[in-house]
Design a protein around this ligand. Structure first.
Ligand code: PEP
Ligand code: CO
Length: 442
């Protein structure tokens, strides 16, 4: 392999990149971004790598979740707190039911770019450039808003930093403390997930007991780890947030703790893999129906030739009807190389359907079915599923059907708010977490 530097990706074909019409305007914004402070620090990235290595050996469980696409307009306290709250609630369910500490990673504070299946889309009979996420252009369908605007990269940086600042304040300031029941309520009352109320009571009793024994320090419970992630899609932006860290003679992407490469951009000789191979962050790789065992093994070799524990998370995303045939050959190929990967499952992106009224949706039972099969397939093959990757929100949206609330296709229009893929709402997410916790126990 040739030598790497933060811009060596530019020598390779890059999929899914917008064409900016003014190169000097673009360079001006990138130069500004390169001088701004990083959003995360290397120590945090290294800590996450250690935690993921433990998840790979089965000692922890990875919960990665958040919006399909964050939008600038949703950078509000309600939205950020809602997502953090639901991820914390889910991790209580997983830790309590699954008997493992949970590594929490949000699709948050930077998940602003989206790969699209077509470069243009037809809206009200007219063709527009596709919306590529707030990092690139605007959702509103008019020519000005759909023009790729490099100034959005700077806006994305500041929205990511405002989001992360709020997350850091909340997690350091006791938001996660189980002694504050009001912070643990579900929107609209939690009667819908009865297991949740019981679990909270049990967890609190256990804590009281430990505290009475002097075994837990209050501040340990009040501070929690929370990490950020997004898809490494828009390479000029990622390059600008890549920093040389002298102490360990390495480059880190300090725009997030971990990044993943999507199903549409993981070509072996493509720019995205070239970029990702040179940074020290843990890397996620989406693995869908188009991945062959040979491709996957070669990818692992390129991204992680030293087989470093915690470096690679493979995120399978086949769909409930395809996983049974597709996962085993890949699993076996990876096992044959002894690569210490962490396997996670994204049960969202292979289970999309369209409602009769033309809304993108996903059915709770299909999501659940893919997860069940993933756990089972790993078990049968002497492996284990060490994490899940879920699109969710803390708001009471109606984007996915099913779950105990019994959302039907007719209900979808009531609160359909996503700018991209349909997300589980808070109740569906928590319900899913209890079901996953059961699966973790086998
Ligand atoms: C996503 O995670 O939002 C996504 C686009 O996934 P994938 O690359 O797996 O299709
Ligand atoms: Co998505």
């Amino acid at each position: 392999m040739t030598s790497w530097n933060p811009h060596s990706w530019q020598r390779f074909p890059a999929q899914q990149q917008p064409v900016y019409d003014n190169p000097s305007e673009l360079e001006g914004f990138l130069a500004r971004l390169r001088r701004l402070p990083p959003l995360v620090v290397p120590e945090e990235v290294v800590r996450l790598r250690h935690l993921l290595a433990e998840a790979a050996t089965g000692r922890r469980f990875l919960l990665q979740g958040g919006d399909c696409a964050e939008q600038f307009k949703d950078c509000t306290p309600e939205s950020i707190e809602g997502k953090l709250r639901v991820l914390l609630q889910m991790s209580v369910a997983l830790t309590h039911g699954g008997r493992k500490p949970v590594v929490r990673v949000g699709r948050i504070a930077g998940q602003f770019a989206k790969p699209r299946s077509k470069p243009t889309e037809t809206i009200r009979g007219r063709e527009f450039p596709s919306y590529r996420g707030d990092l690139v252009n605007g959702l509103h369908a008019d020519d000005a808003s759909r023009r790729p605007d490099p100034g959005r990269m700077l806006e994305a940086y500041f929205h990511a930093s405002a989001t992360l600042n709020h997350l850091r304040a909340l997690t350091a300031g006791g938001f996660a403390d189980l002694h504050h029941p009001e912070r643990w309520e579900l929107p609209g009352g939690s009667g819908e997930v009865p297991a949740y109320r019981r679990t909270l009571d049990q967890v609190r009793e256990s804590l009281d007991f430990l505290e009475a024994l002097g075994g837990v320090q209050r501040d340990v419970l009040e501070r929690i780890d929370f990490f950020t992630s997004h898809e490494a899609l828009l390479l000029p932006y990622e390059e600008a947030l890549t920093r040389w860290i002298g102490e360990d003679s390495s480059y880190y992407n300090l725009g997030a703790h971990t990044l993943w490469v999507g199903e549409r951009t993981r070509q072996l000789d493509g720019a995205h893999i070239e970029y990702l191979r040179g940074i020290r962050n843990p890397i996620g790789v989406k693995v869908g129906p188009s991945a062959s065992p040979e491709h996957l093994i070669e990818l692992l070799h390129r991204l992680d030739p030293d087989r470093e524990p915690g470096r690679i998370t493979l995120i399978s995303r086949f769909g409930a009807t395809k996983i049974q045939a597709a996962l085993p050959p890949l699993l076996q190929a990876v096992q044959a190389t002894d690569h210490p990967v962490l396997w996670s499952c994204d049960p969202m992106h292979g289970n999309g359907t369209e409602s009769a009224t033309g809304l993108k949706t996903r059915e709770f039972s299909a999501i659940l079915s893919e997860l069940r099969q993933a756990f089972e397939i790993h078990r049968t093959h002497g492996s284990h599923l060490g994490g899940v990757h879920i699109e969710l929100t803390g708001q009471a949206v109606t984007e996915c059907t099913g779950g105990t609330e019994g959302l039907s296709e007719e209900d979808l229009a009531k609160a359909y708010e996503t700018g991209c893929d349909p997300r589980l709402n808070a109740t569906q997410s928590l319900e899913m977490a209890f079901l996953i916790a059961e699966m973790m126990r086998g």
